[in-house]
Design a protein around this ligand. Structure first.
Ligand SMILES: [Zn+2]
Length: 148
């Protein structure tokens, strides 16, 4: 991959990391705000907020780990190479999903083996948008099969 392209991805990852930092504070702020509700806010809804926050934090941490790994791959020159077969991952795939570690062929083979598609629609919570916007939009294979 060309150096300028690597720079582009590096900038992208860094901006996602910055965006994430701002977003984490935002989510934390909401929690503080709802806890101030006093008697109006019952314990169970506070519990729910707490659970949601933990879930978001866990998911963001997972995603940030992938971002860090991708940045690491840029540093050691393996970014854009498939971890399975070593071929170059398709550029359009990397643009849609910059943290991809496998080419589409290996990824699909992997999914067939696992017998499931890991990308499902998730909640519309603000904090999850970063994650979702980087998910590859796959055609619904079941629909295609039914149409044919
Ligand atoms: Zn591959």
């Amino acid at each position: 991959m060309e150096k300028t392209q690597l720079e582009t991805f590096k900038n992208l990852f860094n901006s996602i990391k910055n965006h994430h930092a701002a977003n984490a504070i935002e989510v934390g702020g909401e929690l503080v705000w709802s806890s101030k509700g006093g008697d109006d806010v019952d314990l169970s809804s506070r519990e729910r907020d707490r659970e949601l926050l933990l879930k978001l934090q866990g998911r963001n941490r997972f995603y940030m780990k992938k971002i860090d790994e991708a940045l690491h791959r840029i540093e050691n020159g393996t970014f854009g190479d498939c971890a399975e077969c070593g071929c170059e991952i398709d550029e359009t795939r990397l643009e849609a999903r910059p943290t991809a570690t496998h080419c589409i062929d290996c990824k699909e083979a992997q999914e067939r083996e696992e017998g499931h598609i890991p990308y499902s629609k998730r909640s519309h919570t603000h904090g999850l948008e970063i994650v979702n916007s980087n998910v590859v939009r796959m055609p619904n294979r079941n629909d295609n099969a039914a149409a044919m």
